[in-house]
Design a protein. Structure first.
Lengths: 158, 158
DNA sequence: TGACAAAGTTAGCTAAGACTAACTATATTA
DNA sequence: TAATATAGTTAGTCTTAGCTAACTTTGTCA
């Protein structure tokens, strides 16, 4: 088993790791410039982060070369991306939040939620969105419920 | 309207604000020592935070005196505590997470979720826990669903 | 192939937020 | 009321994580 250098990964480093992971999936390579753009950060900050990720054994990094993730880097990144995906899906498909907002919130919240809660959340999304078998779609029912609540609020406001 | 000094409140400062708010509700006064204990932080760090909260117009702070919140401090703190409560309630009552874990996660996640998502989440909790009228309790159904899923997983594992 | 542009790095700075150690003020009590 | 314990503060340090400006390396194309 690899040394547990990634035991404590800061929120910021998780962001870098996920960015590299996603860029590599899309365009096969992760360029410093694109990481910077994706995270809204200077190129110099990316260099700094890459050095730390290398030291933690998560990224294969050599100055002036392309970045790839090590095996344990990929594992860690996949877990982060998974959390992110599940949260976003919950916000969009269950709560009915608009996609961009869901994306941002998922990115910010992802660091805070451990595996226990993420697992439950995943189950819950499945439960809610596959409830058609029981003869009722919960997400639709919830949208209805929201509309009614809003209507009541408007009536109270007026 | 008060000057918007609290427009950008860091996660850390939100924690201090909420701690003061909660301590003041419980024991009527918030002592530096208790804030430090509650947040797991040194007394010196509390002093620093109090100075900033004062500068932002959120706390009435005088060295060697008790701390209270200003009106806008109370408003901000109440909103933070509200988010916290709603998240915790969702984790416990909907997802079935154990109370301590829910508390911690809510505390860490609270900063990430804006008013839009919190509002929806609140509606959703209401929707899910008050669904008895429709002849079904969703939280119970979900617990059932989880049990079945676990059983299937165990079967697959074996 | 040499000049220039783009990408990446380095050095040095800043700010937030935490810490410890030493000091000061307040409270307790013998 | 003087000694002592407790609470709070100050000063100085560290870490994380960002920035800009200047420099180096790499890539492109006339």
């Amino acid at each position: 088993m690899a040394v547990g250098q990634n035991a404590e990964l800061s929120a910021s480093l998780e962001d870098y790791l996920e960015a590299i992971f996603n860029l590599a999936r899309e365009s096969n390579i992760a360029r410093s410039k694109d990481i910077a753009k994706l995270l809204g950060v200077s190129r110099a900050s990316v260099t700094g982060a890459l050095r730390i990720l290398k030291k933690k054994g998560l990224a294969n990094y050599k100055p002036y070369d392309y970045v790839t993730l090590t095996e344990s880097g990929r594992v860690a990144a996949a877990e982060i991306a998974r959390k992110h995906r599940i949260l976003k899906s919950f916000f969009i498909n269950v709560l009915g939040i608009e996609s961009d907002l869901a994306q941002q919130a998922a990115c910010r919240a992802e660091h805070a939620l451990g595996p226990g809660i993420i697992a439950k959340l995943m189950s819950f999304i499945e439960f809610v969105t596959h409830s058609g078998e029981n003869g009722h779609d919960l997400t639709e029912q919830f949208q209805e419920f929201c509309k009614n609540t809003n209507r009541e609020l408007e009536r109270t406001d007026a």
